[in-house]
Design a protein around this ligand. Structure first.
Ligand SMILES: Nc1ncnc2c1ncn2[C@@H]1O[C@H](COP(=O)(O)OP(=O)(O)OP(=O)(O)O)[C@@H](O)[C@H]1O
Length: 618
């Protein structure tokens, strides 16, 4: 596993898929197989139907050319070219139904066409089903991966880039797989048509080969020209998404600071860059298709020219020439389909590289092979020993932190903005690795404990509270079945959230918006408290938990917190120093270092940084 710090080196190639990544992911489309494999039987059925449909589609022109034209209309009874039993079938049908041979032949051709349409439709449906089901599973795998990445990953990776991978890139794969089904549907006729043409007139088939080769070469050139381009297009899309996400998330700041024009011009610049790549792709695509079309018309001309000469010297029949003209479409269609799918294929290959880069991303917290268990009941002793911490971008947030929070003690961490208070709380919750120094919970090194175990025992109320779309009850329980509605109500009462929740029309069943916009900041903060109280953690961390609550509510919440703190280790991070005066001990941080420790009275008497900060708030 790669520690968070080392992973920074990968960031650039992650954000803009680099050439190294491109090489290693060359065959990333093949890596889709594990997701397709469960749908193997469906794919087999689809291929079977496609082959039957293709064979039926081939037989219709054979009936028209060999039976209707040669045999019935021109009466060329003795022809060296095979008719694949169609003459015999026509005779049998005519004999069985008493219909005229011409009618029987037309009916047989119509039957083949109907069969090919039915089989084609079934195969298309089966291919599409396999594709959206497998791509759906891949999206789930991506979500599961993203959910488990440590916070250090999201410190570097804009959310928009992640969204592009999980939604847009996966969608490209869906387009590709659906497209491949149509390609499979035209490849089978290609193979069968070539075989039939060789059987009917091998010489004319060989003479037509240069046209097919030319089309294949054009396809290759198209592939080379567009391969890189589709990479750039997807990268640009990812950047646009990231920029959009960033600006919509901070829309209030954007509007209040009047940044609309500046942001718009940046977005326009990104969009222009994206359009430049799209424009090039469109120019290449719109030149390629007419070229292939022209080639197929040239091939028809060549068939008439070569075939006419062959008819004149008796080497072939008019029916065979008509059959070749009909087959020429089947020869060119897969090449056109291949080009169309090349478009999807390149977009999908770029998408695949990005998807598997995310799936393969090994960044994870450093964990031992076997975790040390925490006792059934954690007493709540927390010990920081020579702890230093740098964020992956090199910012030194904490340096030589040494102190112990005793079981049941309430310790306040204070200090100026950016002094490292929140970082300290994040480390106790084990959101990051600690390469320098140690942190112990109940004398067990935190690096030896499972992060999930720690987070079950340590409850944290963040300054920035996130509400998930769902009811108030769901937002308190967060899917934990042990937290019943009754428990959630008790927790809400303890957090002083009960009065406002009960005042809502649907009480605990009230559905909150995507980001909890239908609640005030203070109400959201109270729910955050209720969420943690419901879990009844052995260690409680409050990171500016009452910052958004009015003075009156704060008094109520402080009472609730006072009850919660009894016999429970509590770390309180606060800017409003009057709220932490009652703490057993106050630790003062400045630029990542502990500069003072003691009770409120002791620190005031000492006359240092704490007193300065306290006096500023009087
Ligand atoms: N995710 C991050 N990535 C990189 N640097 C960070 C990150 N979070 C914080 N920092 C930096 O680490 C230092 C300590 O930040 P921290 O948030 O711990 O301070 P704080 O004392 O909690 O500040 P505040 O009182 O403003 O909340 C700051 O220099 C900050 O810029």
């Amino acid at each position: 596993m790669k520690p968070a710090v080392d992973a920074l080196a990968d960031a650039a190639s992650f954000l803009h898929v680099g050439s190294r990544a491109r090489n290693t992911c060359q065959w990333s489309i093949a890596r889709l197989w594990p997701w397709l494999r469960p749908f193997g039987p469906t794919l087999l059925q689809a291929t079977f139907c496609a082959t039957i449909g293709a064979s039926a589609a081939i037989l219709a022109p054979v009936v028209v050319g060999r039976v209707v034209i040669d045999h019935i209309l021109l009466s060329q009874r003795v022809s060296p070219a095979p008719d694949f039993g169609q003459q015999a079938w026509t005779d049998w049908l005519a004999a069985q139904t008493g219909a005229a041979p011409l009618f029987a032949a037309c009916a047989l051709a119509a039957l083949w066409i109907i069969l090919s349409v039915i089989c084609g439709t079934i195969s298309q449906r089966l291919f599409s089903q396999a594709s959206y089901m497998s791509v759906g599973q891949l999206r789930i795998a991506l979500f599961a991966r993203v959910e488990r990445l440590p916070p250090s990953f999201f410190d570097r990776m804009p959310i928009g880039h992640v969204l592009t991978r999980v939604m847009g890139d996966v969608e490209s794969l869906s387009d590709l797989l659906a497209g491949l089904s149509s390609l499979a549907g035209s490849l089978a006729p290609f193979v069968i048509a070539t075989t039939v043409m060789l059987g009917v007139d091998a010489r004319m088939t060989v003479e037509l080969t240069p046209f097919i080769l030319l089309a294949a070469l054009a396809n290759l050139a198209f592939r080379r020209l567009t391969g890189r381009l589709y990479h750039d297009i997807r990268d640009m899309l990812s950047q646009l998404n990231a920029y959009l996400h960033e600006n919509i998330s901070g829309i209030e700041i954007v509007q209040s600071s009047g940044r609309e024009e500046i942001n718009l011009s940046r977005f326009v610049a990104l969009a222009d860059e994206s359009n430049r790549f799209e424009g090039r792709a469109v120019r290449i695509e719109t030149s390629y298709y007419p070229f292939i079309d022209s080639l197929s018309y040239l091939a028809i001309g060549a068939i008439l020219w070569i075939g006419g000469a062959h008819i004149a010297n008796g080497a072939t029949t008019l029916g065979s020439v008509v059959l070749f003209i009909q087959f020429s479409d089947m020869l060119f269609r897969p090449i056109v389909a291949l080009a169309e799918q090349a478009n999807n294929l390149f977009r999908a290959r770029a998408a695949c590289e990005r998807i598997f880069q995310l799936l393969d991303h090994e960044e994870a917290l450093r964990c031992p092979d076997v975790f040390l268990p925490l006792p059934n009941f954690v007493r709540g002793k927390i010990e920081f020993k020579n702890l230093c911490f740098r964020y992956p971008d090199g910012v030194e947030a904490l340096s030589q932190i040494n102190f112990t929070v005793n079981p049941g003690e309430s310790v306040a961490i204070v200090g100026p903005t950016g002094s490292g208070k929140t970082t300290l709380a994040r480390l106790v919750c084990r959101f990051y690795d600690m390469p320098d120094g140690s942190l112990f919970i109940d004398d067990v090194d935190i690096m030896q404990i499972s992060p999930a175990d720690i987070r079950r025992r340590v409850g944290i109320v963040f300054q920035d509270f996130h509400i998930f779309a769902g009811t108030i009850y769901e937002n308190i329980a967060l899917g934990d079945e042990r937290i019943t509605l009754e428990k959630a109500m008790v927790a809400a009462e303890a957090a002083s959230a009960l009065p406002f929740v009960q005042a809502l029309p649907n009480g605990f069943a009230t559905i909150l918006g995507d980001r909890g916009h239908d609640l005030s900041q203070g109400q959201r903060q109270l729910l955050a408290l209720a969420r943690v109280i419901a879990r009844d953690p052995e260690v409680l961390i409050l990171d500016e938990a009452t910052a958004n609550i009015d003075m009156k509510t704060e008094e109520i919440v402080q009472d609730a917190l006072a009850k919660m703190k009894v016999n429970r280790t509590t770390i309180i991070i606060a800017h409003r120093l009057r709220t932490i005066r009652e703490a057993d001990r106050i630790v003062v941080l400045d630029r990542g270092r502990i500069v003072e420790t003691g009770s409120h009275d002791h620190l005031i008497a000492q006359g240092g940084l704490y007193k300065t900060l306290y006096d500023l708030q009087k």
